[in-house]
Design a protein around this ligand. Sequence first.
Ligand code: PMM
Length: 257
Amino acid sequence: MGVLNVTPDSFSDGGDHATVDTAIAYGLWLARDGADVVDVGGESTRPGAHRVTPEVEAARVVPVVAALSEQGVRCSIDTMRASVAVAAVRAGAVLVNDVSGGLADPGMLDAVAATASPYVVMHWRGQSADMQTRAVYDDVVAQVCDELGQRLEACEKAGIADVVVDPGIGFAKTAEHNWALLRALPVLQALGRPLLLGSSRKAFLGALLDGREPKGRDAATTALTTLAAEAGAWGVRVHDVSGSADAVRVVQRLHDA
Ligand code: PMM
């Protein structure tokens, strides 16, 4: 899954594709680079980020999803809002990626069920402005699994058939929590759903690499993709698609040998 943030303020690529035209061109490039899905987002979720209005968010993403879908690129819509999710699916998005797992907008799960779209339910404990104050766990793996399990029940109740789970790396998590979750992929897989991971360029990799800038964290991201693929993850959400696509091919080839 290639990351396409149509935002001025995302932590690693904010402002790089902030107009509809540059975003479309970049989405086409991500698909050519090997992305199976281009994840289009119009609202930054970096720690400390503040929300934009639904109108601004929709105006950023819907034309991009429409143009990319028209050209045969499979898009997911990265949003916490039901109205944006529905508009994006109408414009051609094939997957709704909700970092709040349905907790930010009470209308999200019913809206997704009505579209019959598959849904990514991510572990989340609150809005980005103050989420790091909620990074408190006795046992992060057990609690993330438990909280994701509750979200899966809510999805089932709403009638969403295809659900992908994501532990929400970096969302209300310290570096230590992120590493513990990445070590525990088989435990997360016991939730019985396809597993998506979004570690790409995140701050815990910067901390590991002596404070390196986000765009210098791609090799480390690719290393995590290799481990995720080996563990049988369904997908990774990454900025540098070609590195991760190559890593997946290597793991697949080894499995075929
Ligand atoms: N991370 C970000 C945004 N969307 N979606 C999913 N499913 N999982 C993630 O970990 C995730 C996400 C934040 O990263 P960005 O600012 O680089 O887009």
